[in-house]
Design a protein around this ligand. Structure first.
Ligand SMILES: NC(=O)c1ccc[n+]([C@@H]2O[C@H](COP(=O)([O-])OP(=O)(O)OC[C@H]3O[C@@H](n4cnc5c(N)ncnc54)[C@H](OP(=O)(O)O)[C@@H]3O)[C@@H](O)[C@H]2O)c1
Length: 259
């Protein structure tokens, strides 16, 4: 598949690098207006251009990784030259209905919600598409499965997917940062504290994904009765650990929905 990514910023570059590394049968082009900071991608075999239409006619799919307010400008530029191409949008808040209207109902449209771990083949990319475009969407599902997981979800959950799967990266990193800060307070230098905290989170996630069990089952394995883990965990809960996370996630969702 030839993939044309418009918007070579944080997400666009992550997807481009992920494709180059983990989905090698596909060719990828990435565009942005100022390419100076992404020219190094050429070393991975990625085509880089400041022209959104560069080789776009050879593409099978166009992926939009631009900000919402950039969509109209970019579509006005490329629509005249992308007949028969699937257009996939990672733009937060842009519904499939809006995308179909903006593309004059002429192209198969797919909504994707990846995260920047696509670069490491570890994104959780939620995907939605109108049933009539299933055939066009399935190659994209395959593509993003190579970059992590790619569940197909009901579009009404796309805002929730944005919060849990994309914003979730920041929440997880803040957990690691807090652990690191605590690690320094209890005796480690910052680099060692960071390495231990990050690897511990990675290990916990790996266990969950491979064993497919409820987190509490794994927590049971770590918490000795009257031990140091359970007293620390309970102290965190007394201070609102789970509650603050749930409230934060709901606040992010309300913000996306404009409530
Ligand atoms: N970052 C994430 O983790 C994440 C996750 C899921 C979804 N998203 C969504 O993905 C979109 C991009 O987010 P981001 O964080 O990657 O933003 P970003 O880093 O600002 O990237 C946007 C890129 O678009 C480029 N751009 C702007 N106007 C353009 C134009 N007319 N033609 C071509 N490229 C243009 C910009 O570069 P130039 O100024 O050089 O053109 C910039 O590099 C947003 O809608 C966001 O909601 C992001």
């Amino acid at each position: 598949m030839k993939v044309h990514i418009i918007g070579g910023g944080n997400l666009g570059v992550s997807i481009a690098v992920g494709i180059a590394k983990f989905s090698k049968n596909n060719q990828v082009t990435v565009t942005r207006r100022n390419t100076a900071s992404i020219l190094h991608l050429k070393e991975l075999g990625i085509t880089v251009s400041s022209d959104n239409k560069h080789q776009i006619q050879e593409a099978d799919v166009v992926i939009l990784t631009i900000k919402p307010y950039q969509v109209d400008t970019v579509l006005a530029e490329i629509l005249p030259v992308i007949q028969n191409k699937t257009i996939a949008s990672a733009v937060s808040g842009l519904s499939l209905e809006m995308l179909q209207t903006k593309t004059n109902n002429t192209l198969p449209v797919v909504r994707i919600m990846p995260n920047i771990a696509a670069q490491f083949g570890e994104s959780a990319t939620c995907i939605s598409y109108p049933e009539k475009y299933k055939e066009a969407a399935l190659p994209l599902v395959d593509l993003f499965q190579n970059l992590g997981t790619a569940p197909v979800i009901d579009e009404k959950l796309m805002d929730a997917a944005t919060v849990l799967g994309a914003c979730g990266t920041a929440y997880a990193l803040r957990y690691v940062r807090a652990s690191m800060q605590a690690g320094i307070e209890i005796g480690f230098d910052s680099q060692t504290a960071l390495a231990i905290a990050a690897q511990t989170v990675k290990g916990a996630a790996q266990m969950l994904l491979e064993e497919k069990v409820h987190p509490e089952q794994l927590i049971d394995r770590v918490t000795t009765p009257q031990g140091c883990t359970i007293v620390g965990l309970n102290e965190m809960e007394h201070n609102g650990f789970s509650s603050s996370l749930i409230k934060g996630i709901k606040t992010s969702l309300n913000q996306i929905k404009g409530n």
